[in-house]
Design a protein around this ligand. Structure first.
Ligand code: NAD
Length: 247
């Protein structure tokens, strides 16, 4: 039980990859604190399992500040921050829509900055605090149709990871990122018919050397490792988990 009694802040922890991360820390007897902006039913189910949830749009700094105050009062510390919340709006460069672009920047990039900045004092309270950021293989240049602007936000997360590792090392805080490939979640599959979903799975399976798509648990397992003392000598790194992309 590597995370017994440790307070784990997970943004967007009610669904998809974030949900798998929340469940993984629960299994390790950690104390997940989930920031969520919608998904009331999912949040309720998590509360029934003992997860502490706070409604908070991570793209809104005031809401993040308030969430920090709640966590401070309730727990007084945070041991791990997982910046997972994100959205993907597909948009070819030639169809640039500033509103959609700003929304992605606000949630994917500013959300991670606000969360890290506001919760940092609580992370410093705990010994060996760690941050795990969920980036994307798009952020290291892997191409897919319509993902240029999304990729920009994820490249931002990667450089944020490297620079925070540099700046926060003096407090013993490690900062790493994971760059997932195509993972089966609402982000990639919602609104698709069964047939469309299967076509997408096949497309992305064939883009990997392992000939398989990713599951949220594949990413959650890496989060557990990076957040644990087993990774005590790793900081400023990006682990790509994409089944071995071949294009
Ligand atoms: P998802 O859409 O299933 O879940 C995203 C989560 O973020 C949801 O819980 C949602 O409520 C939350 N969220 C969105 N906006 C928010 C806001 N303003 N405030 C608080 N929470 C907010 O998607 P997912 O696939 O689980 O994605 C999780 C992370 O992994 C994202 O950062 C995504 O960019 C990244 N990622 C996903 C894939 C993939 O193929 N699914 C690949 C690479 C990276």
């Amino acid at each position: 039980m590597r995370f017994k009694d440790k307070v784990i802040l997970i943004t967007g922890g009610t669904r998809g990859i974030g949900r798998a991360i929340t469940e993984a820390f629960l299994r390790e007897e950690g104390l997940p604190v989930v920031l969520y902006n919608s998904a009331e039913n999912e949040a309720k189910k998590l509360r029934e399992k003992g997860v502490f949830t706070i409604k908070c749009d991570v793209g809104n700094r005031d809401e993040v500040k308030k969430a920090k105050e709640v966590v401070e009062k309730e727990f007084g510390r945070v041991n791990v921050i997982v910046n997972n919340a994100g959205i993907m709006v597909l948009m070819p460069f030639e169809e640039f829509d500033e509103e959609k672009y700003n929304k992605m920047i606000k949630i994917n990039l500013n959300g991670a900055i606000y969360t890290t900045y506001e919760f940092l004092p609580l992370l410093k309270v705990s010994k060996n605090g760690t941050i795990v950021n969920i980036a994307s293989n798009a952020g290291i240049g892997t191409a897919a149709e319509g993902t240029t602007f999304y990729a920009i936000t994820k490249a931002g997360i990667i450089i944020l990871t490297r620079r925070l590792a540099f700046e926060l090392g003096k407090y013993g805080i490690r900062v790493n990122a994971i760059a997932p490939g195509w993972i089966e979640t609402d982000m990639t599959l919602s609104g698709k018919s069964q047939e469309e979903a299967e076509k997408l799975r096949e497309l992305f399976r064939n883009k990997t050397v392992l000939k398989t798509t990713g599951k949220p648990e594949d990413i959650a397992n890496i989060v557990l490792f990076l957040a644990s003392d087993e990774a005590r000598y790793i900081t400023g790194q990006v682990i790509v988990a994409d089944g071995g992309r071949i294009d």
